[in-house]
Design a protein around this ligand. Structure first.
Ligand code: 13P
Length: 261
C-alpha cells in the first residue's frame, strides 16, 4: 500500500490553551473552515478535558472528530484529578493522544505506563494516537531509531492490532516541538519508514502497510505540504498552529495538495 492509499489524518493538539469560550469559538471556526475538507482527510481536535462535552455538542453529526490529550489507565477508582477512557468515550471522544513527550518529560510517563494507557484505551473503544520521539542528545548520539523503536515496541506490547480501532502513531522529535525547528521531510520520512518496519516485525506487513503515522513538531502551513508528500508521512499532529483556524485549514489544504481557501 502506498501513501495515497492511506487516508490522511490531521490532529490539532491544543495542549493547555484556550478558556472555554475561546475554545468553543475556535471549534466553530475550525468547523466553518475545514468541514468540507474533512470529507477527504480525517480531522481530529484535541482540546483540554474541560472543553470536551461542549466541543462534542458542536461537532455532533459532523465529520470532524474529537480526541483527548491524555487519560488514566484504570477504568475507575480513587485517582483524584484523573480521567478514564470511558469518561472520554462518553464525553464524545473517539481518539486519545498517549505518551506525548510533554507527558513523558514533565509527568514521568514511561513506556510501561504508556502501554497501560494504550491497552485500556483500546479496550474502552478509543483509538490511541501513540506518540514517540527522540531528544536532541539521543539524535546526536545516533540513537533515534533505537529510542523510537523501543517506544513503539514497549508502548504496544501485549496489544492486538486487529482490535486497536485504527491505532495511529505520531513521530514527534522532542527537539522539534514548539521550537520552530522541524525535522526535514527526509529526516522525518526516514524515521517513519523505520517505525513502519518495527510495526511490520510486531504485527505483520499488511498491518504495517495500513497504519497511519503522523509527524508532529513545528508543523506550519509553509512546511506541511512537503512533509505530507513523503511516502511514509500520513498526516500531522499540530500544536501551536492548530490554535488558529486559518493556519489549521492551511495545513489541511497543504496536506491534501489543495491550494487557496
Ligand atoms: P508544535 O506544533 O507547537 O511544535 O507542537 C507539536 C506537538 O507537540 C503536537 O502534539
Amino acid at each position: 500500500m502506498n501513501r495515497a492509499a492511506r487516508r490522511l489524518i490531521i490532529t490539532g493538539n491544543w495542549k493547555m490553551h484556550t478558556d472555554l469560550v475561546e475554545g468553543a469559538t475556535l471549534v466553530a471556526e475550525v468547523i466553518e473552515r475545514t468541514e468540507s475538507l474533512a470529507l477527504s482527510a480525517d480531522l481530529v481536535l484535541c482540546p483540554p478535558y474541560t472543553h470536551l462535552t461542549v466541543a462534542a455538542t458542536q461537532l455532533s453529526g459532523r465529520s470532524i472528530s474529537l480526541g483527548a490529550q491524555n487519560m488514566h489507565d484504570a477504568p475507575e477508582g480513587a485517582y483524584t484529578g484523573e480521567v478514564s477512557a470511558r469518561m472520554l468515550l462518553t464525553s464524545g471522544c473517539r481518539y486519545v493522544i498517549l505518551g506525548h513527550s510533554e507527558r513523558r518529560s514533565y509527568f514521568g510517563e514511561t513506556n510501561e505506563s504508556v502501554n497501560g494507557k494504550v491497552k485500556s484505551s483500546i479496550s474502552a473503544g478509543l483509538t490511541p494516537i501513540l506518540c514517540v520521539g527522540e531528544t536532541l542528545e539521543e539524535r546526536e548520539a545516533g540513537q533515534t531509531e533505537q529510542v523510537v523503536g523501543e517506544q513503539v515496541r514497549e508502548g504496544l506490547s501485549g496489544t492486538d492490532p486487529k482490535t486497536a480501532h485504527g491505532l495511529v502513531l505520531a513521530y514527534e522529535p522532542v527537539w522539534a516541538i514548539g521550537t520552530g525547528r522541524m525535522a526535514t521531510p527526509d529526516q522525518a520520512d526516514q524515521v517513519h519508514g523505520h517505525l513502519r518496519q518495527v510495526i511490520a516485525e510486531m504485527f505483520g506487513d499488511d498491518f504495517a502497510d495500513g497504519i497511519r503515522i503522523q509527524y508532529g513538531g513545528s508543523v506550519k502551513p509553509e512546511n506541511a505540504g512537503a512533509l505530507m508528500a513523503r511516502p511514509h508521512i500520513d498526516g500531522a499532529l499540530v500544536g501551536g498552529a492548530s490554535l488558529d483556524a486559518s493556519s489549521f485549514e492551511a495545513i489541511v489544504r497543504a496536506g491534501l495538495g489543495i491550494n487557496g481557501g
